[in-house]
Design a binder for this molecule. Structure first.
Ligand code: SAH
Length: 472
């Protein structure tokens, strides 16, 4: 099993090989550590001032694993306990090894270069073989909300037998600019979640490990339920305790962002999940993933998404459009537009306009986000909206989010049969949204994929549904 982490020259001009200081592993040496399941080796296939790659090679010995198992539950045992994929794929053993190899780095300590611990570095992690139960969709749903660019290569199960389909083992490349310790924490938690195999090291202290590595980012993650459940191997009580600990004090997480929903009424219903923040995170990461540089925010309201977009230098031109002058005025105030630097001001525009009237200003953008807006349109106007966006503006990527009506039964504060906001003209079930989006995509030459935002309830789905349209 192999993991590599690559970086280039660091933002402060230090050589790329300073990665060795951060990992506490000397780039000039091969180091080997004994593990309960075999051996872990750390070495650097490249170590120059411009490029440095650290490799972790796990030599998993399935025979040693079987011997090491005390008090096994008996029952017939097949050959698969000796011959299996464990030596080759990224699994919970990687996390076990990371605890020995990189504990200091994961705890954010670095004796030689302490100033680098929290500095975002341009990092690329490669895992040539990751078993993904849930496929590429799940892989993306786990890493993209954290801001990763994800490249996936699928493999035929056997090239001689194409009918057998594709293997659940994927080759994965993850790119992001973030502190090294954040990358390590994400891999530590999410690799076993993807694999979802039974491993034998789940115990009470697993909650502590999950908290230690996940507390900073997991509670904001749209898939936190799935991650926690899988990480703790479906042990109900452990999962519940962990989720309770994750959501402790959630309301004071980011008072600014939490207070900024477009409608206090809607927010009061949705706040317990800070759904608004999850929605913004999902939309921003989908826009980043699409490689968009120029973005329209249609029905921008008070500008929550605009503020998030402004923080990302990838977006060079951002335009917010709304039919309400009051909303645009609030957006201007919240953006502190007058106090932005000239350079920042030149990136952002606010226009009065409507998504149901053709408007030449909307053409020429890479992407358009339409977040919680379509449900405010009268259904007979939807056709006009479709043409304005998909026929005239025609950006490469269109992202649309809307409530999932099925989820309304889960909001305790919402009376049965009512919509979430008094200005909502309709709320769609998952099937209704998909039916509409599939037809629109087909008629206008786009491909659409659907992603959940918020906890994806087994019965009623997630509170918000998102369609990501890509022009074909
Ligand atoms: N996208 C924002 C606001 C959602 S509320 C957010 O997620 O916070 C819906 C917004 O759509 C309101 O600001 C409303 O003024 C705007 N809106 C409604 N009909 C519109 C139309 N025809 N054209 C443009 N904006 C519209």
């Amino acid at each position: 099993m192999l993991l590599t982490i690559t970086t280039t020259r660091l933002p402060d001009g230090s050589p790329a090989t300073d990665l060795g200081f951060l990992l506490h592993k000397n780039p000039a040496r091969v180091q080997t550590f004994e593990q309960s399941f075999g051996h872990a080796h750390v070495f650097y296939p490249q170590a120059t001032e411009e490029h440095c790659t650290a490799a972790v090679l796990l030599d998993v010995d399935p025979v040693a694993l079987v011997r090491g198992r005390s008090g096994s539950s008996g029952g017939p045992r097949g050959l698969d306990q000796y011959v299996n994929d464990r030596p080759y794929v990224a699994s919970s053993f990687l996390s076990v090894a990371m605890n020995t190899l990189f504990a200091t780095a994961m705890n954010g300590r670095c004796k030689e270069r302490p100033h680098l611990v929290d500095v975002p570095l341009a990092l690329t992690a490669r895992l040539p073989a990751v078993p993904c139960r849930g496929g590429e969709g799940l892989l993306r749903a786990l890493f993209e909300p954290l801001g990763y660019e994800v490249d996936v290569t699928a493999h035929a199960l056997d090239e001689n037998f194409p009918d057998w389909g594709e293997s659940r083992v994927l080759s994965v490349e993850l790119r992001h600019t973030l502190p090294l310790r954040a990358l390590l924490a994400h891999l530590y938690v999410l690799v076993p979640v993807l694999d979802n195999d039974k491993h034998y090291w789940v115990g009470e202290d697993e909650i502590d490990k999950l908290m230690a590595r996940g507390k900073d980012w997991l509670r904001e993650h749209p898939e936190r339920e799935l991650i926690t459940t899988r990480y703790l191997k479906y042990q109900g009580r452990l999962t519940r305790d962990a989720l309770a600990r994750l959501t402790e004090g959630e309301d004071d997480l980011d008072p600014d962002a939490a207070a900024a929903d477009h409608a206090a009424e809607e927010e009061a219903i949705e706040r317990p999940l800070s759904l608004n923040q999850q929605r913004l995170g999902s939309v921003v990461s989908a826009l980043k993933g699409a490689g968009a540089e120029t973005v329209l925010d249609l029905g921008c309201g008070e500008g929550n998404l605009l503020r998030a977009l402004l923080k990302e230098s990838q977006f060079t031109r951002i335009a917010g459009v709304d039919v309400s002058m009051t909303a645009l005025q609030r957006a201007r105030e919240k953006l502190k537009f007058e106090r932005l630097s000239e350079r920042q001001q030149s990136r952002i525009e606010l226009w009065h306009g409507s998504v149901i009237y053709r408007d030449d200003r909307l053409a020429g953008f890479d992407a358009a986000a339409v977040v919680e807006v379509i449900e405010h349109l009268d259904p007979p106007r939807l056709r006009a909206f479709e043409r304005v966006i998909f026929e005239f503006a025609r950006p490469r990527t269109v992202i649309i989010t809307t409530p999932n009506r099925e989820y309304n039964v889960r909001w305790e504060s919402l009376a049965a049969g009512t919509l979430r906001h008094r200005d909502h003209r309709f709320e769609w079930t998952r099937d209704e949204f998909r039916g509409w989006a599939d037809r629109v995509a087909r008629e206008h030459g786009y491909a659409v994929r659907f992603l959940p935002i918020g906890p994806d309830d087994a019965e009623v789905g997630p509170p918000t549904q998102m369609g990501v349209f890509e022009r074909e």
